[in-house]
Write a protein that binds this ligand. Sequence first.
Ligand SMILES: Nc1nc2c(ncn2[C@@H]2O[C@H](COP(=O)(O)OP(=O)(O)OP(=O)(O)O)[C@@H](O)[C@H]2O)c(=O)[nH]1
Ligand SMILES: [Mg+2]
Length: 192
Amino acid sequence: MIRELEDNLDDWLTDELDNYMDDDYLVFDCPGQIELFSHVPVLRNFVEHLKSKNFNVCVVYLLDSQFITDVTKFISGCMASLSAMVQLELPHVNILSKMDLVTNKRDIGKYLNPQGQVLLSELNQRMAPQFFKLNKALIDLVDQYSMVSFVPLDLRKESSIQYILSQIDNCIQYGEDADVKVKDFDPEDIDD
Ligand SMILES: Nc1nc2c(ncn2[C@@H]2O[C@H](COP(=O)(O)OP(=O)(O)OP(=O)(O)O)[C@@H](O)[C@H]2O)c(=O)[nH]1
Ligand SMILES: [Mg+2]
């Protein structure tokens, strides 16, 4: 039964994707349930399908700014992002969203480019000693990958949106083909 559903979905998706042209830019807003990115292969299969259709795919992972109100929450957000990175194996942009809700932006740097030792000491201050070893193991994981950093998104600011778009375009190399296309090339122009 599930196999049949998956086949129907594949057929539907194949038909839908055939409607798009080479340089179309598609955005899929995925549901927030983390297990879809960490435990079950459904999104991985979806991505493979897109890649088989020659789409350049990039993950844009949004973490709410409320996650930086508490270092323990922030670490869980980093872990969820890492799970998606490992599971999907795609170019990946992490975004700290809803920045309009952050009133004190003074310490924001430590969350945008997290330093393991700083996070570890804050985590340890918040938790009982029996968790120190676990905290160290978690932070080591974030540090080892040294891939977890965030770009802030403030929807009120055009420049913020433009910056994020440029990061994503860079990841999927959107527009790069356009740069090298010489459609109207006229050999006679070469002498000018
Ligand atoms: N202030 C503010 N609110 C936002 C922003 N983006 C979304 N929201 C609000 O936050 C609430 C939750 O929306 P999202 O964070 O997009 O989450 P969702 O899509 O409902 O849920 P999942 O994607 O499944 O996690 C809604 O009421 C949105 O209007 C933002 O940039 N700033
Ligand atoms: Mg959503």
